[in-house]
Design a binder for this molecule. Sequence first.
Ligand code: NAD
Length: 341
Amino acid sequence: MSKTYNIAVLKGDGIGPEVTDSAIKVLQAVQDTSDLRLNFLYGEAGYHCIADYGTNLPEETVALLKRTDACLKGPMTTPETPGAPVSAAVKIRKMFNLYANVRPCRTYPNVEALKPDIDLIVVRENTEGMYSGIEYEVALGEAVALRIITKKASLLVAKHAFKLAEKRRKHLTYVHKANILRITDGIFNDAVKEAALKHPDVTVDDIHIDAAAMHLIKKPETFDVIVTTNLFGDVISDEAAQVTGSLGLAAGANIGDTYGMFEPVHGSAPKYTGMNRVNPTATIMAAQMMLDYLGEKTAAAIIENAVMQVLKEGKVRTKDLGGSSTTSEMSEAIASKVKAL
Ligand code: NAD
């Protein structure tokens, strides 16, 4: 029986509209060939709407998100000047307690990667840590940033990571820097160990963040599920994405108990705005993760197969993959493949 889902769409800034439109095109192709129904509700958020709304996350958009089953989000620009609005993505993650940021990275067919058999997931704590956004200048030229770590948030993300590990190769690595950040990472590590008690069949090991960065280059194929705090997870998921080929392929899911927001791992790449040259696949795979989250496994599998086949054939490749195809040619190829499957 067909079900209709309300999907909030926030196109974002920079390359956001191009890659989000690409994902919508592919979702449209899925709807054209199945009884899945998606009701897209467009909202404003990001740097571009500050001039009109005085904020990067207007109240109307928050209300819209609350009326929907999930959100497909394009990347948004966040200015770096002190006092500028906090990132809209960070606000949404906190507001909806989307505690787990799930970022799969794997080797793709016909895409050059450091190793042929990488298949890992970075699960990043998504609501606190260095992203608390609390910084003070205590004296001229001296400042502190608060790295907030709680047992509650650490347990939530650890439990989510273990559930993923159970469905995969049953190997979980927690990444930290407890030799320096003894109290904060001590709490995080204890939470992971507590969660591990309920998953005796999952092999658990741990590694310092600096060593993890090195091992992701040296032997990425040895990782299955990595769980870590917010900033460490942000950094190593970009690294893992590049190790498997391109940031243009990496998608992420922000998961909470009652809502999910899906986005590419990459940012708004302002220098490529409107050039129709970036890879839309990360956002298309974010849409794929959204359908999977909604329980639409067949539709999600169709998108994944279509992406894999287009990459495998190698006829349509964007510049980051060594080709010369445009954003729209890539999304058109994936959408056509969806219709053909
Ligand atoms: P970025 O990810 O936007 O770009 C870094 C580089 O990665 C680009 O110059 C480009 O070479 C490559 N790249 C990114 N997306 C690509 C794609 N789809 N296809 C091919 N190549 C791609 O990172 P940045 O330059 O550090 O950040 C730009 C802005 O994005 C900043 O304002 C930052 O705050 C924001 N940002 C937003 C999010 C988000 O909304 N979740 C995430 C990261 C960064």
